[in-house]
Design a protein around this ligand. Structure first.
Ligand code: FEO
Length: 163
């Protein structure tokens, strides 16, 4: 049986992961609109990955005999049709996800909830990777943008993301 506060925080995190999926899905639509299919593909994969994160949390709750409570998902933040701004927004968002995961982890530490701590270790490592990916995408953009056909080449590179 899990602690009530941890259950509440994990349910909130499910909502935030779905919100993340919503943000990346919106980015996918914006990139499609801009004709950048590589970026659209990258963020489509990312949106699906965020739903998987939510499902991972859901499974943990149900495996521990707890209920999942699905709340309404906030409308995605206004996303401008500017590649660099969206890339930076993605990094900022991932940092906010990391903060939330760490906050849950700290609560599990205070409560000596070893089961939840062990479960959250995966998310802690995942967030290191998520932030790195977001930083890499900014770097890739800067590496290519100065050259002729830079954005098209960056888009090609983004399309190579594996599912
Ligand atoms: Fe599920 Fe991108 O954090």
């Amino acid at each position: 049986m899990l602690d009530k506060k941890i259950i509440m925080m994990l349910n909130e995190q499910i909502n935030y992961e779905m919100y993340s999926a919503y943000i990346y899905h919106k980015m996918k639509l914006v990139y499609e609109d801009m004709g950048l299919r590589g970026y659209a593909r990258w963020y489509d994969i990312q949106a699906k990955e965020e739903v998987e994160h939510a499902e991972r949390l859901e499974n943990f709750l149900t495996e521990n005999g707890e209920k999942v409570s699905l709340k309404s998902i906030e409308e995605p933040m206004e996303i401008m049709d500017d590649v660099e701004k969206m890339l930076k927004l993605a990094l900022k968002h991932e940092k906010s996800v990391t903060c939330k995961i760490h906050a849950i982890y700290k609560e599990t530490m205070e409560r000596k909830d070893i089961v939840s701590m062990e479960f959250l270790n995966w998310f802690i490592s995942e967030q290191v990777e998520e932030e790195k990916n977001a930083r890499d995408n900014i770097q890739l953009y800067h590496n290519y943008i100065g050259c002729g056909c830079g954005l098209m080449n960056a888009d090609k590179k983004m399309s190579q993301r594996e599912e």
